[in-house]
Design a protein around this ligand. Structure first.
Ligand code: SF4
Length: 278
């Protein structure tokens, strides 16, 4: 019989975006777990948020132009959460050679190009930068033309495992514009699951969201202590999901840009005795 602490408990969530509402009961372990172990439901919530956003642009007569075999956007700076960084290191470790060796070699080459451009330290330690200069950094990074090391034949080689920020990025403008970033029309996603995940457990007053530059995964890993990660301690599943939904609602600082009302409401049961996330 399953331990009642690790047995899944359904947590109700409700999310309203651009007039569309997602209601679901998300099964998470009642007892201690980690955000890393909840990536599957967090990805499902992300995909649902993006689907509601896509429906909204379709109501305006636009359609998503992203297609398999178009990897122009995979040359942008891809800031991922520490939780996803650890997961992807495991994904690479599980890859048999020669593919695993090829992926590791692409990471080595990407990190070398970033270092040669003088961007390595700045990207790995974004606390030192102002948010405005991080935006400029993104443009400088794109100009390097460094493909994501997971890009294979211009398609994502880890599609099921791709980070939340990759799931959030869709465009409706012609694909060729993505190669120059010239007048790219993205699908507005008013609330950012990628930011909510990066902010889980974040200390108050932080100026810049902590992120890991995907192409520098191994450089970041080399700087991490060998002890279990302090930023993803085991907590009851409903508490982690509740904090994620709250952070998600906070991630909507940018008003919706296509003229529709957007709102997020969340309701997540929390086990008695656990404080609301700060
Ligand atoms: S993880 Fe996949 S989708 Fe994301 S940037 Fe890399 S290749 Fe592209």
């Amino acid at each position: 019989m399953m331990d009642p602490v690790s047995a899944p408990t359904p947590v109700p969530i409700e999310l309203t975006i651009f007039g569309g509402t997602l209601r679901a009961r998300v099964p998470v372990p009642a007892g201690p777990t980690t955000a890393g172990d909840l990536l599957t439901p967090l990805r499902a919530i992300t995909d649902a948020v993006v689907a509601l956003s896509v429906k909204s642009v379709e109501r305006e007569g636009r359609s998503v132009s992203c297609r398999a075999g178009c990897g122009a956007c995979c040359r942008q700076l891809v800031p991922i959460s520490r939780v996803e960084a650890r997961r992807l290191l495991g994904v690479i470790e599980a890859m048999p050679d020669p593919r695993g060796a090829a992926v590791r070699e692409r990471f080595r080459r990407a990190a070398e190009a970033i270092r040669a451009a003088g961007l390595s330290d700045t990207l790995l330690h974004p606390r030192r930068e102002k948010i405005e200069s991080l935006r400029e950094l993104g443009v400088d990074y794109f100009r390097l033309g460094v493909p994501c090391p997971f890009l294979e034949d211009e398609s994502c080689g880890i599609y099921e495992e791709r980070p939340l920020i990759c799931r959030e990025y869709l465009v409706t403008s012609p694909a060729e514009r993505c190669a120059t970033l010239d007048d790219v029309k993205g699908v507005p996603v008013p609330f950012k699951p990628s930011i909510a995940l990066s902010r889980l457990g974040e200390e108050p007053g932080r100026e810049v969201v902590a992120f890991v530059p995907l192409a520098q995964l191994f450089e970041w890993a080399a700087e991490q202590p060998e002890t279990p990660p302090a930023d993803d301690p085991p907590r009851p599943g409903p508490e982690i999901l509740g904090e994620f939904m709250e952070r998600l609602s906070q991630s909507g600082a940018t008003p919706p840009v296509i003229g529709a009302e957007a709102a997020v409401g969340w309701a997540a049961t929390r086990r008695r005795g656990h404080a609301p996330p700060g």
